[in-house]
Design a protein around this ligand. Sequence first.
Ligand code: ZN
Length: 154
Amino acid sequence: MACGASAQQTADSGSSSEDRQSLANRYIHEILPYWQHRLQLEEWNVHVLLSRPEDLRPGTLGNIHWDRDKKSATIRVMDSTGYHTDLTAMLKDMQVTVVHELVHLELASLPVSEADRSNQEFAIDRLTDALLAADEGRMLSGYLSVANPPALSR
Ligand SMILES: [Zn+2]
């Protein structure tokens, strides 16, 4: 995970921290419907937002809260101030967070005992890796190309 990674900042003079933040915000809103569709979670009303690192539980990169009756959920993703990596690594990691939290939602209907919770985290991480490996670079390559803005419909 990018958390704590010390990758060097890109030398791209055109990307201020505010650019990174607004790009991150746009990115998470763009990938959410794609992954929601792939995971067949379209009946859920899912919101995604960036969250300051200090507003997240220490050592976590995001979280999700859901209301099963209302079929609504909110995903929080650590914002760009928590990342000291280049833009690509940051966006990739944010995508990992979004997919990870959506897999939680996928499993929301299954009862989980406290004892199984960390096992479930491992399983979710592996599922997330597998999903993203199958999708490697697809969203990102289009997204990072200024000349070819990504299509919004899929
Ligand atoms: Zn988790």
